[in-house]
Design a protein around this ligand. Structure first.
Ligand SMILES: [Zn+2]
Length: 384
């Protein structure tokens, strides 16, 4: 198994065959409880992109930075003038780790779920800035939203509904329609698709509570390397995945433990969007008769979520590539955009296209140092 590029071997204890750790309660996700333990934060220096308000703010976060929080915000729809209350996420931080395609997880609520506001009356959607007082909505755009073809909200969602009842994926889909109608830039549309792919990743990386799986997850924790100051939680998880894969490959688990260990490994990889490794593990598990029905059903859902994520990634790559080819992205952000395009290609299994895109990033002296390291590692991985 070719593990992700950030997964370096870490020496550690040999696995035992007995799994003894008590299971944590609730649905099983790969990272939250361990992330909460982290005292350190990953610091990135993405100077160029911070200047663009649409781009994720990958600011270095102090280890004692407050948890992200939800708060109400009042907005007025620039299309239909409906005033409404939406939910915003403040104190975004990167303490949950940053995936290599720049998906930053906070400790606390995840900001990506709350970036897009939707008018509960007409469906107009976008970032906060798309609801600013000076946003100009051309008459034909207004007509499209309100009359023909008309945006439609999910059934039952109205101005009286709790804004949290609207699924983030639906919000992004509505925002994408609005951005196309408003003829926004390919770069902006690429970012909406990228963020929508992150939502599919996060939603897809969850399994129902199962005592045996929880015991396996607890057992694997002994192989988690410590998070160094300034380290990235995502890299730590990939190292844990490497140790787990090695243990599986060397036959450390018996017939009854293996499917659970394999599923735990798939969950860790899925959580970070390393789907090229997660997908074959899941395919292998679909027919495993040792797993209970509820886990088998979740495996199917996880496989479906990988397809949904890839669909958004393909659209993001198409728009980002077009934006780069027509010089739409400002000069300071261009090297980082080439990096991101390379990373999208890598995740989509298009290594032959990823290699030159990473190279375009590496050829630019202004590429931020963190991205330079990542571009080198991931390009080398694609060449293997
Ligand atoms: Zn409206």
């Amino acid at each position: 198994m070719k593990l992700p590029p950030m997964a370096q071997h870490q020496p550690g204890t040999r696995p035992e065959t007995r799994l003894t750790t008590a299971p944590p309660p609730g649905p099983i996700r790969p990272h939250p409880q361990t992330a909460a333990r982290s005292r350190h934060a990953f610091r990135t220096r993405l100077a160029g992109w911070l200047s663009c308000s649409l781009l994720i703010t990958l600011l270095g976060t102090a280890s004692d930075a407050p948890l992200s929080q939800l708060m109400d915000r009042e907005l007025t729809c620039p299309v239909c003038r409906q005033a409404f209350v939406d939910v915003a996420c403040i104190n975004a931080n990167t303490r949950g780790g940053i995936d290599r395609d720049l998906f930053a997880r906070s400790l606390g609520p995840q900001p990506e779920y709350y970036r897009i506001a939707t008018c509960p009356r007409c469906g107009y959607s976008g970032y906060d800035s798309d609801f600013a007082e000076d946003v100009f909505i051309p008459p034909d755009m207004r007509d499209r939203v309100l009359r023909s073809p008309r945006l439609s909200l999910p059934e039952g969602f109205s101005p009286e509904s709790d804004p949290r009842d609207l699924d983030a994926a639906d919000r992004y889909a509505l925002a994408l329609t609005c951005y196309r109608w408003r003829q926004q830039s390919d770069e902006a549309i690429a970012w909406l698709h990228l963020r929508a792919s992150w939502i599919e990743r996060d939603k897809g990386a969850v399994l129902p509570h199962d005592p045996r799986l929880a015991r396996v997850m607890g057992y694997l924790e002994r192989w988690r390397p410590p998070l160094r100051p300034g380290g990235n939680q995502a890299d730590v998880e990939m190292q844990l995945a490497t140790r787990t894969a090695e243990a599986l490959a060397t036959g450390h688990f018996n017939r009854y433990q293996r499917p659970y260990v394999q599923l735990a490994l798939a969950l860790i990889l899925r959580g970070r969007g390393e789907n090229r490794q997660a997908a074959p593990l899941l395919t292998d598990l679909v027919q495993d008769s040792l797993l209970p029905a509820q886990l088998s059903e979740s495996i199917e859902r996880m496989r479906a979520s990988i397809l949904l994520e890839a669909k958004q990634q393909r659209a993001a790559a198409d728009h980002l590539e077009r934006a780069l080819l027509i010089n739409q992205i400002n000069a300071a952000n261009t090297p980082s955009a080439w990096y991101l395009l390379g990373e999208l290609f890598r995740r989509l299994g298009r290594d032959f296209e990823a290699i030159p895109a990473y190279q375009r990033a590496l050829d630019a002296p202004e590429l931020p140092p963190d991205l330079r390291d990542w571009a080198r590692q991931q390009q080398a991985w694609c060449r293997k």
